[in-house]
Design a protein around this ligand. Structure first.
Ligand SMILES: NC(=O)c1ccc[n+]([C@@H]2O[C@H](COP(=O)([O-])OP(=O)(O)OC[C@H]3O[C@@H](n4cnc5c(N)ncnc54)[C@H](O)[C@@H]3O)[C@@H](O)[C@H]2O)c1
Length: 315
């Protein structure tokens, strides 16, 4: 029987430890366990986090081993190699498929009753690999997908329109990577479609060039951050806290997590991000809206990029 507030983080590097830091302050978890092939690193991170406990809601934080997965309500996988400057997420694939297979085998030897969030890149491909290796119901293995990209999109739209990002509703779907798709047709601010909002507030419609510029910045954000500081970890950690909350608190939140398409938009045999209702079962329901023809075509191209990779990996 899973402990409903126990979260195991596999990979205590920049993303795993920053997520631990975000999670400990959220009050969502009562137990946080860090597992890393580098045991000393995991112990050091747990020690450092524990030194902040006086300032945080009660939570037990420790380094551990795979036996800790047996009663976890949620397992978050951030272990693996990361993008080097100039390297695409898909270049990482061979290195990280091998690590992913080892980790999923360790988990499934100890539990079949938990939800897994894959974070390691290329996240869509590894979500697919984890689903195949585990044989678990696909709704319980999800990827962080484009939750971060959708947040970046909302942030940039909010700056453009000068409104609070929480009043912007906008989704990035498809691959978490170069072929991702901005759903302009679903973008609205406080219920007002984006184009109409710009007309009302700025007395002019924003141009196609302005929109393309915003999306280019969303898509290339990770490259810019990695070039500047070597890795991205704050934004993704907050995105992970959001997904964790949806799962542990059974929220039915709509999030663009990576999931297995099963005929949605005529796509199958691939994991990619679509808006989905997320709760304690993982994916509760996938939401398919009326995308424009161009958006559907872009989504199909994105799925094909991922399928090409999946066809080339050895499971
Ligand atoms: N999905 C997203 O939105 C998103 C965002 C940022 C980073 N990432 C990805 O997250 C991953 C981690 O990034 P990072 O910056 O934390 O890297 P990092 O190098 O700082 O940390 C990776 C950790 O994984 C550990 N590790 C390696 N092999 C392992 C194994 N077999 N078992 C257990 N632990 C193992 C390493 O010891 C290291 O501590 C990368 O693949 C990166 O591309 C994803």
């Amino acid at each position: 029987m899973p402990n409903p507030r126990k979260v195991v983080i596999i990979g205590a590097g920049a993303v795993g430890s920053t997520f631990g830091y975000t999670l400990m302050q959220s009050g969502l978890a009562r137990e946080i366990v860090l597992i890393d092939i580098d045991k000393e690193r995991a112990q050091g991170e747990a020690m450092d986090l524990n030194h902040g406990l006086f300032f945080a809601p009660p939570v037990d934080i420790r380094a551990g081993d795979y036996d800790e997965c047996a009663d976890a309500a949620l397992i978050v996988i951030t272990a693996g190699a990361k993008q080097n400057p100039g390297e695409s997420r898909l270049d990482l694939v061979q290195r990280n498929v091998k690590i992913c297979k080892q980790i999923v085998a360790e988990i499934t030897a100890r539990t079949s009753d938990t939800v897994i969030i894959m974070v390691t890149n290329p996240v869509d491909v590894l979500t697919y690999v984890a689903q195949e290796i585990s044989g678990w119901p696909q709704n319980r293995i999800i990827g962080s997908g484009t939750v971060l990209d959708s947040a970046r999109f909302r942030y940039l739209l909010s700056s453009h329109c000068r409104v609070d990002p929480r009043n912007v509703h906008a989704y990035v779907i498809g691959e978490h990577g170069d072929s991702e798709v901005a759903c302009w047709s679903m973008t609205h601010i406080a219920g007002v479609p984006m184009r109409q909002f710009c007309r009302l507030t700025c007395k002019r419609q924003c141009s196609d060039e302005e929109r393309a510029g915003i999306f280019d910045e969303v898509r290339d954000s990770a490259y810019h951050v990695i070039e500047s500081k070597g890795a991205t970890y704050y934004g993704v950690s907050m995105a992970l806290e959001r997904i964790t909350g949806a799962i542990l608190r059974d929220e039915n939140s709509v999030l663009t997590v990576s999931l297995r398409a099963d005929g949605h938009y005529d796509l199958e045999g691939v994991c990619l991000s679509l808006p989905a209702v997320v709760n304690q079962t993982g994916i509760h329901r996938i939401i398919t809206a009326d995308l424009t023809h161009a958006e559907q075509e872009a989504l199909r191209r994105s799925a094909n990029v991922l399928k090409d990779i999946i066809d080339r990996i050895e499971l």
